[in-house]
Design a protein around this ligand. Structure first.
Ligand SMILES: Cc1cc2nc3c(=O)[nH]c(=O)nc-3n(C[C@H](O)[C@H](O)[C@H](O)COP(=O)(O)OP(=O)(O)OC[C@H]3O[C@@H](n4cnc5c(N)ncnc54)[C@H](O)[C@@H]3O)c2cc1C
Length: 481
């Protein structure tokens, strides 16, 4: 028999001060979900068990004391920072969970311009860090579309990636050192060094754990020189995705590293660009030192000319589009209002695959969703992160909600679409999740995703969270699933 809500709240007061314990019902409701259930929440419907409280932690020591208490009393912990999660990672799936909110741990600890490092606490919003760095001519190079919403702990916990990833990499390429607290209360800090060969890289136990192994309290990322005056923008209209994938591949394989490399299919392009004319849109941005940006830009022009019939788009249109791409809280509110008024909703599912299979994944997913799912009003996608060996595909889909209660939206539309995309991708040898994280809604496929290497992942869970208190149902299926 677990502790009651009243017992938990009373005992919490010995760990943190009373003003750090939030029990307001509306706050608890909002903290029981994330954007995966946005349709339910727009209608004021909350289907998940409410947490006993949200605890606003202020230090790693508080996180340690709290987790130790929760571990000893078998209380589920849901770590949270910016709250921009999209895959159910923030859902409180068992009664009397505690949401550990790190957004008050918001200190920029240091910026070291000589060793090119920035150290921040987990609740620092990325945009705040980035603005501060830019004042000093520096940048993290990290630019997810959720930059105005997300905070550093969540960005590291989800293995996030930004729009400039082809040059700067994903967050896993940026994290130099990290501090985290494990459920037994152990506070561990991985030191800042450029590289070492002293065994496995233990940063990767922490990066991407989605709150299912430990709580991230501090992060050190590398920083780069910021030279926006050298940015070059390129846009092209193409007839088909296959040629676009070939161009992306050639740019990567020849060794060029534009910061942005994106390919939109006609439906997705029509949603973003007035100039698309029903075609695919291919976009590049080159940046860095002037000579490198120029050489990269020149190579892109040559490769595009060699590989496909295309029409060049004016650079200023691409620059203007890029500068207005991010989502701030006002855009989230506008979206909610629009869904309410139109009863039409959009979601995304991002996957990845090698060059040899990505076009097949794209075509098969589009075909099956179109054939099998009712009331689709828009279905398309884009590739936005390319590598030497392949690229990602970010599917975007909208549907009208017909004859359903708010809580039926997921089972009638969202799950079946996700299922098609995930299963087709895994069958083709790709990965079912490129950057949003597994959350709670792709766990049914986690064993298929990993195959025999699931042994390693599962062993981490058993070793670091033997009582299974860390974000139950995230990455690892709940025992009853
Ligand atoms: C409009 C929009 C655009 C987006 N664009 C991108 C994009 O371009 N690239 C991208 O990668 N993602 C994107 N996302 C997804 C989301 O922003 C990222 O997953 C982001 O990293 C989440 O950060 P957060 O601070 O909001 O974390 P939260 O939403 O608070 O949490 C996310 C997950 O991490 C865990 N977690 C949070 N903090 C900690 C911590 N301190 N320790 C351990 N675990 C923790 C949570 O339990 C949860 O599972 C987008 C989301 C939205 C809404």
């Amino acid at each position: 028999m677990g502790l009651t809500k009243e017992q938990i709240i009373s005992e919490l007061k010995a760990i943190v001060s009373e003003d750090q314990i939030i029990t307001d019902e509306q706050v608890l409701k909002e903290n029981s979900v994330d954007r995966f259930r946005k349709y339910e929440t727009i209608h004021g419907v909350y289907t998940q068990p409410l947490p006993a409280a949200v605890v606003k932690v202020k230090s790693e020591q508080e996180v340690s004391d709290l987790l130790k208490y929760m571990n000893e009393n078998n209380i589920n912990a849901v770590p949270r920072t910016g709250g921009s999660a999209t895959e159910g990672g923030l859902e409180t799936v068992v009664e009397n969970s505690l949401v550990i909110d790190g957004s008050a741990m918001n200190e920029i600890v240091s910026i070291d311009e000589y060793d090119m490092l920035a150290t921040v606490k987990c609740g620092v919003p990325l945009e705040e860090l980035e603005d501060k760095l830019r004042e000093q001519g520096l940048t993290t190079g990290h630019s997810p579309q959720s930059k105005p919403l997300a905070q550093m702990g969540g960005l590291v916990a989800t293995r996030s990636i930004g729009q400039l990833s082809t040059l700067y990499g994903g967050i896993e390429d940026m994290v130099i050192g990290v501090e985290a607290v494990f459920p037994n209360g152990e506070i561990t800090k991985i030191k800042n060094i450029p590289r070492r060969a002293a065994g496995p890289d233990i940063r990767h136990v922490i990066i991407g754990n989605e709150g299912a192994l430990c709580y991230i309290t501090e992060v050190t990322v590398k920083v780069f020189q910021y030279k926006p005056e050298n940015n070059q923008y390129y846009g092209y209209l193409l007839d088909d995705m296959k040629s676009g994938f070939e161009i992306l591949r050639e740019v990567m394989v020849q060794g060029y590293r534009p910061s942005v490399a994106r390919l939109y299919d006609p439906e997705d392009a029509a949603d973003h660009f007035d100039f698309a004319k029903g075609k695919c849109v291919l976009i590049f941005m080159a940046e860095g030192p002037k000579s490198i940006a120029e050489a990269t830009g020149k190579a892109i022009e040559d490769i595009v000319a060699e590989f496909a019939e295309s029409e060049r788009v004016e650079s200023s249109l691409i620059q203007n589009w890029f500068e207005n791409l991010n989502w701030d809280p006002s855009k989230v509110s506008e979206e909610r209002q629009e869904i309410k008024e139109t009863n039409n909703i959009g979601f995304t599912t991002e996957v990845s695959g090698s060059w040899g299979v990505i076009n097949d994944i794209y075509e098969r997913c589009i075909k099956r969703v179109r054939e099998e799912i009712p009331h689709i009003t828009m279905l398309g996608g884009h590739s936005s992160h390319s590598y030497m060996n392949g690229t990602n595909m970010y599917f975007v889909y909208y549907y009208d909600l017909v004859d359903i209660k708010p809580e039926e939206e997921i089972t009638k539309y969202h799950y079946p679409i996700n299922k098609i995309i995930v299963e087709e991708t895994i069958a083709a040898g790709g990965s079912m999740v490129h950057h949003h994280g597994v959350g709670k809604h792709r766990t049914p496929w986690i064993k298929d995703e990993y195959g025999s290497s699931y042994y390693i992942l599962e062993t981490l869970k058993k070793a670091f969270d033997p009582n299974g208190i860390m974000n139950k149902g995230t990455i690892f299926p709940k025992e009853d699933e």
